[in-house]
Structure formats: C-alpha cells, structure tokens
Design a protein around this ligand. Sequence first.
Ligand code: R5P
Length: 310
Amino acid sequence: MRIVLGGNCGSSSRIGYDVAKRLNLPFYRVEKRKFRDTEMLVRLPVEKIAPSGKSKKELEGMDVIYVQSTAPRQSEHLLELFLTVENIKSRQARSLTLVVPYLAHARQDKEFSPGETISNKVIGKILKDLGVDKLITVDVHFHREVGNYCFEGIDSYNATATEALAKYVREKIGVDSPKIIIPDFGHKPIVEFITPILGDDVEFGKKVRTGETNVNIAFPEGRLKGRPAVIFDDMISGGITAIKTAQNLKQRGAGKIILAVTHTLYINGARHKLLDAEIDRIVATDTIRKEDSVVKIAPVIADAIIESGF
Ligand code: R5P
C-alpha cells in the first residue's frame, strides 16, 4: 500500500494532497504542535492510517511519500522534517520517498571561504542516516541537471518547474517568442524545457557573486527594440540577480519584462524592489507560497514520481 503524508511548511500539505489525488493515493497530514518554549512535537495520525495496525508497526509494509518544503523558517521546518522521517521509518514503513519542494541550505554547496561548513552535505548525511530511501527535489540549487542523481548516497531525482513556468508565460500572459535571459550560465540544463514553448532565442549572463548582496553579471550586448523578455532563475532571495538583469534589459530597450522563477524567498522586501526595477510580472510556483505563486508544483512532482520510477 502506498500513502502520501504532508508536512506543515507553507503549502506542503496542499501539494501532498494534490499529488495524492493525481496518483490516486490516500493522503494524511502530519500533526505538529509547538510548546511554549518553541520546541515541537510531531505526530502521525496512525489511528487513521492503520486503524488496526500494531503499535510501533503501523506503517509496516507501506510505501510512504512524504512532502515537506523547508522554506523560512528553514531550521524549524527542517527539524519537523527530520522528526517526521524518523517517525515514519521507525514504524516499519517499507520505503520512504521524501519530496522536498524547496530544499533549504542548498546554496551552501561548497566552502566559499576557508573554515565554512558545507551545509547541504550535512543535510544530505542526516537524511541518509535517518533512512530516506528516495529523494525528490525541484530545481535544487546544487544540482542543475534534471533527472536522477545521487545525493549523499540517496537515490534522488531533480524535477524542474521551468516547463510549467514557460507554459504559464505563453498561455496565460500571452508572451510568444520573447528574448529569454538566464543570468547564470550554470542553469544551462533548463534550456531544453523552455525553448519548445517560448522559442530558442536564449542569452546567458556570466554571474560572479562577491557577497550575499553583491553580484556582478556580464550580459551580451544587442538592442532589444521593445521585444518582451523573460528572465528565468531558480530562486529569488534578495532579488539582486533579477534586478541587475532587468536593468540591463531596460537599458538595451526591452519591452515587457517577465520574471519566471521556481522558489520565491523574497528577503528584505525583494518583491517590491523587483517591481520597482520595472519587472512587469513575476510568475512563480508554490514551493514557497507567496503572492506570485500562480504555478502549482504538485503536477510537476506527481510526474517526477512516475518518471523517476520511485
Ligand atoms: C544563485 O546562483 C541563484 O541561482 C539565484 O540567482 C540567487 O540565489 C538569487 O539570489 P538573489 O535574489 O539574492 O540575487
């Protein structure tokens, strides 16, 4: 028997419910309670999942898909995830496929200056140690390729929202054959998901980050003569990458500017800054639920579960 569990970070349960519906599986929400000292208690609704299950073995023989994003407050949502994973595995589930629509700490994937912890490695090790069998990520920062990969020894699959974002831009906003700008050349693998929908006029920036709030990006030259432009990126944090890209597009004479992005953290009023920078429209998913979350990630995840063979 296969079941879907949803956690308590943002739209995790909504995403889990929609995934369950698409795959025709039962859905249950993980219960979470916070104590006055801010510590938390996590509980699986075992009486609903397995009314006649043996104590401590309620998930025996079950294949569990657990959906939990780790948006701000990242540490709290990660802890909820760890506690829940341990709970699922200790109740004898046959397998656990963890779906993390937004995976926190994915950007700290190397030692940028001496002495730093490589955070994403630590998260992977914890997940592996807790017994996660399969992992599904979405446009995860440390692995740009789409498809199966190995994360700290866990069989993983990275899905992309870029195809769904491109479809929204074309079908709902009516933008056709725009200039497509990807500020970071490292995101090249997403191109094949965008060009069949929006055309193949793609430019890359060469981005060098010199600090949390500083980036230098070198863009190609060439006048845009009022053409619409669509910026694609995996995430918006403080917005500096997209703002610099939009400013360059305006200087080159772009018309309407659309920002298509998978994860919106929107730190320090980033959304207002983006709109002030003459970005006309932001199209984002609900991996982190915000004002611009118009593209649902559940269908992408349901497809990834089928595609990955998990
Ligand atoms: C970085 O390489 C990512 O792809 C994003 O471009 C970046 O994390 C966005 O951060 P910010 O919005 O602060 O520029």
